[in-house]
Design a protein. Structure first.
Length: 418
């Protein structure tokens, strides 16, 4: 089993490695002529800050000659070419390996001698949006979409829960996908296997699959016109969406050592956005609905009514800093008798949570972030559990195994200062 796990991890690491694309070889008939022709290009080497970047999405032609192999974008009318080495460079500016994150250059190739009398502008090679090249033409991902990622994490929690202080591990999969809903822009958010587990095994919570839908409304749902003075119309920012979750598991070891296990079968709710970003990724909303769950040791299930105010916002343009929070109440109503019949007929779960996540660095272009969270809870649905507010603070590192650039990631247009 250990060998299989090691092989799987090795295969995954290889899958995360930078893709490289080598330039096609020069036409055989012109190889000798190119090598024997005059040197037109200046020595490029390491470029200074502010040097231009070949435009991604514009055809790039291969350039061959005695000076080496390059990538070029040329303006025939201005007789001007942006030229970049078709390789990564070492610390002395010499080619050291194949270029990363670049498509193969297009035919027909250019011979260096054809550029006699042209203006040659040293440049960096083209790079996809969300990536940056340094002076050695090494590409690094600098934009991350945390709405599309798979992650694992681990950290430490301290607070008023019976198992704390202690270490915990976390996991989650999230996939946000834009689509069109009745002719308007919309966003589906899918979450799976989001949860945490105390390392000592005394507590855990894991979600199954949750999905919610938000959409833009070409026509406002509510229009208010005032007639105090000049008539004025106001369109309150109210946007209705849908949310549903199938399966949620929770296990807790109470102060007496008894295990309390809860399985949420299904929940559904309506969401009302008070604010959201133009791409619908950031939001502040009300979520209200109902569900059904079952506690171990009981023959009958419990009905659940929930109401929460929750939000999420990216605090920068590259997806490096995120703020999340939620505050609300769940009301649990048993439908039968059981070992916990001594609890109130109507049971409550109150919660408040705030979380800040900041990406610190990346490994093979996959981000590693620090997450700080403060949480408070008060619940009366668990026997022999604190019935007052309990608070906790956690700190963890999250390792994203997959997190592509933002869909609206910016393109690099010049070499930045280190």
């Amino acid at each position: 089993m250990t060998t299989s796990l090691a092989a799987a991890l090795a295969a995954f690491a290889l899958a995360q490695a930078e893709p490289t694309t080598a330039a096609p070889p020069p036409p055989a008939a012109s190889t000798a002529a190119a090598a024997a022709g005059p040197r037109i290009l200046p020595t490029l080497g390491l470029l200074p800050p502010g040097a231009p970047v070949l435009r991604e999405g514009v055809p790039v032609r291969c350039l061959y000659g005695p000076s080496g192999t390059f990538r070029a974008q040329c303006d025939e009318g201005a007789r001007r070419c942006l030229v970049a080495p078709d390789a990564m460079l070492d610390a002395q500016g010499r080619p050291s390996g194949p270029l990363e994150r670049a498509d193969a250059c297009a035919a027909p190739a250019i011979m260096e001698a054809e550029l006699a009398g042209w203006e040659i502008v040293p440049a960096l090679a083209d790079v996809p949006p969300g990536f940056r090249r340094d002076e050695r033409q090494r590409a690094s991902q600098v934009s991350f979409d945390l709405g599309r990622r798979l992650w694992l994490g681990g950290g430490f929690a301290a607070g008023g829960w019976p198992w704390q202080p202690g270490a915990f591990v976390t996991s989650g999969l999230r996939l946000d996908r834009p689509f069109t809903w009745d002719g308007a822009a919309a966003l589906a958010r899918v979450r799976a296997l989001e949860g945490w587990t105390a390392v000592n095994g005394s507590a855990a919570e894991l979600g199954g699959v949750a999905i919610d839908f938000s959409r833009a409304y070409p026509h406002p749902l509510l229009r208010i016109t005032t007639f105090l003075g000049t008539p004025r119309r106001y369109d309150p920012p109210l946007y209705v969406g849908l949310w549903a979750e199938a399966l949620r598991f929770e296990t807790l070891k109470t102060r007496s050592g008894v295990r309390h296990e809860r399985t949420g079968a299904i929940s559904a709710a309506v969401t009302l956005d008070f604010w959201r970003s133009p791409d619908l990724a950031s939001y502040l909303r009300l979520r209200a609905g109902a569900g059904y769950e079952k506690v171990s040791g009981r023959n009958d299930g419990d009905l659940l009514v929930l109401a929460l105010v929750e939000g999420e916002a990216a605090l920068d343009g590259d997806g490096l800093l995120h703020l999340r929070g939620a505050m609300g109440t769940e009301v649990v109503t048993p439908t039968g008798e059981g070992p916990d019949a001594s609890l109130p007929d109507r049971r409550w779960r109150h919660l408040a949570r705030a979380e800040l996540e900041r990406i610190l660095f990346s490994v093979n272009d996959q981000p590693v972030s620090v997450v700080l969270q403060a949480r408070g809870a008060k619940r009366t649905d668990v026997p022999d559990w604190p019935d007052t507010w309990t608070f906790e603070g956690t700190a963890q590192l999250r390792f994203s195994l997959w997190a592509p650039p933002l869909r609206a990631a910016a393109r690099q247009d010049a070499l930045e200062r280190p």
